[in-house]
Design a protein around this ligand. Sequence first.
Ligand code: GLU
Length: 464
Amino acid sequence: MIKQIRTRYAPSPTGYLHIGGARTALFSYLFAKHNNGKFIFRIEDTDFARNVPGGEKSQLDNLSWLGIIPDESPEKPNKKFGNYRQSEKLDIYNSYVQKMLEDGTAYKAFDTTDELLLQKEEQEKKGQFSFRYDRHWLKLSSSDQKKREDSGEFVVRVLLPKNKEYIWNDLVRGKISFNSDEIGDWVIKKSDGNPTYNFAVVIDDYEMEISHVFRGEEHIANTPKQLAIYELFNWKKPEFGHLTIITNTEGKKLSKRDTSLNQFIEDYKIQGYCPEAIFNFLALLGWTHENSVELMSREELIKSFDYKRLSKSPSKFDIQKMDWFAKKYMKNEPNKIMKNKLLFSKGQDENWKDIFLNTYKENSKNIEDLQNNIKIYEVDKIVGNYLRNEVTETFKEIFLSVEFNINNIQLAIDQTKLKCNVSGKNLFIPIRQMTTGLDHGPELAKAIFLFGELKVKLRLKNDN
Ligand code: GLU
């Protein structure tokens, strides 16, 4: 029986939080929270050359911004489970390697690079392109081995049982199996003394009592290797679920190099998207609610998250869809909060700000959008030609004779409509072009109001 559900997200601090990583973290988080469990954040930083300064902090900051707050992390460790950075656990991995060497479930192999290359070439000649160690070292006589053992570098390889099936019931895909003969004795400790990913991750998951592992499908082929280590130590295995890939709208796997699409959470944070909208959107990137509900708060998502509804086919990252979510969330953001995030100019008082926000919020996907729309009204002067006709002249006369407020502007529009007997485009376009210099904009009376009395009147009066 599982004592407690514990899931984890274990990034390498090699860059910013990517959409794919954020989704893995989110599903791990939702699964843990749905089951009253714990979500753990830990760091795989033993590929020292690839680590980037600030990588860990940026991963964590972006997760917290999304509202995916880990229960345990390098900053919030549970002492019982040791360190949360692999670089701080090297002696622990080594002690497990040592144990395997003593048990005879692993061995040191002193093959040179040339010897390994030769094996690789021979395998390729036979049409086998994924390298499988052929136990070359074990085939040498013990005197030959002895001669070479004192010199040269070595790696430690696991001694896999022959012809053994590694089978697991994947939480997303159902039964998956690999034969040990397809894998070969893989390296658990590299010649630089550091553990490999496939080895260290097992030690971490075991020691941290991880019950369920969710990760990307690129890890499927790693899972049998990891299962082998659990079995050799006779440890209880976690359950595994491999999430399908995320593609662009053309169905191609998202590539971090593709700059046509913002793929890092940081990008959305900078543009001022609502984090709750992204949280909601990401949850539907490979998962569906049983009643196809789409707009869901964090609490609703935790409550309804059922791993059985994780998708078996790739999920499309559609920015239009994301922006749809973003607008829905913007609409409900309190003006008070938005005002603090935006820069207004002097003349824009509280009333102006509220009217602006109420007009633009639901059609804006982020703060950047809103800020750009504020700029429309900050021009020094309204410019642009327009055609004068009966409509413009009638409107001008009424408009200039009343006090400047939205109600009166609306009345002037309504009276112009009656007097000239026009409606729709023929009414709105001439008035809009005359008062705002623009062809498009929000509801006409509000658009005129937002430009402000001074500017609109100046334009109309100077234009005789
Ligand atoms: N650091 C690995 C990755 O980013 C973690 C893999 C795992 O979850 O086991 O893909």
